[in-house]
Design a protein around this ligand. Structure first.
Ligand code: MLT
Length: 271
């Protein structure tokens, strides 16, 4: 793990390998550890940078707001990534890969900093914003997290995060994903939920994307159904969709070899 001091963050991140930088943005309520098979498996093909987002993992926020005011807007997360790249003196365009909420942040990053993105990878994510029913569920989840703790969120989400195959055959992986979720802070969970709830609809952005995009999804994803990936693939001019069997929402951990092969091919196809 490496650490840098940014404007209002002490940010923890992995930085492995050489070549084009690939920034991996984790989802909710997770941290950079979900990418360990990628920094282990892809660092021979690129420079893999995987930060802990604000209030997650080992990243700490200076001058933290009161809990009632913490909100992780997707643009704020995008700014944190831009600051990290500045601090690492990476001015050339990078590949940005976001998983789920990380994908929402990746799209916000592209909207805000299009010249800093060479290619996009959208993993287990969607472009649209929350429906009214989804916003209500976020409000309920904030209350559950505050009243019962982060463990209650982890317990309700875990069975839906993974494919039946993973739950049946990979108990160690299920256990380590549970640990990652349980290590989340209340600030992280609540900040993410509020940020996701008000995020912009990125659908209008899709047809304006002028770079190649890889969309990867697990066939058994119960959190974001694969229809959302099909819809994004239809709207982006230069995109490719890959659907991984026996994988759910955390496909990069559930089927790391297949996921890494697909991502490596995409990285190496840079002209
Ligand atoms: C995630 O996995 O990052 C979130 O569950 C996505 C969401 O709740 O919209």
């Amino acid at each position: 793990m490496k650490r840098l001091e940014l404007h209002d963050l002490s940010i923890a991140y992995e930085d492995e390998g050489e070549g084009i930088a690939v920034v991996l943005i984790h989802g909710y309520p997770l941290n950079r550890q979900i990418w360990r098979y990628q920094w282990e498996g892809l660092a021979n093909s690129a420079r893999i940078i995987a930060p802990d987002l604000r209030n997650h993992g080992e990243t700490a926020v200076y001058r933290q707001n009161k809990l009632s005011e913490i909100i992780h807007n997707m643009e704020l997360l995008a700014d944190d990534i831009a600051q990290l790249l500045d601090a690492l003196s990476i001015s050339k365009p990078v590949i940005v890969n976001g998983l789920s909420m990380g994908g929402y942040a990746a799209l916000a990053f592209y909207r805000k900093y299009p010249d800093r993105v060479r290619r996009l990878i959208l993993t287990a994510t969607r472009a649209r914003s929350d429906s009214e029913a989804e916003k209500d569920n976020r409000i309920k989840a904030i209350k559950v997290a505050q009243d019962q703790g982060v463990g209650a969120i982890a317990d309700s989400m875990l069975p839906r995060l993974l494919s039946p195959n993973t739950i049946l055959h990979k108990p160690d992986l299920v256990g380590s994903i549970r640990e990652i979720m349980l290590s989340s802070s209340l600030e992280g969970v609540v900040g993410d939920l509020r940020g996701m709830m008000v995020r912009l609809d990125s659908t209008p952005l899709l047809s304006r994307i002028r770079i190649p995009v890889l969309i990867v999804v697990g066939k058994d994803d119960q959190i974001i159904p694969i229809d959302e990936a099909l819809a994004m693939n239809d709207l982006i001019t230069d995109s490719r969709l890959e659907i991984i069997e026996d994988a759910g929402h955390l496909l990069n951990m559930e089927q790391p070899e297949t996921y890494n092969r697909i991502v490596r091919e995409f990285i190496l196809s840079l002209e």
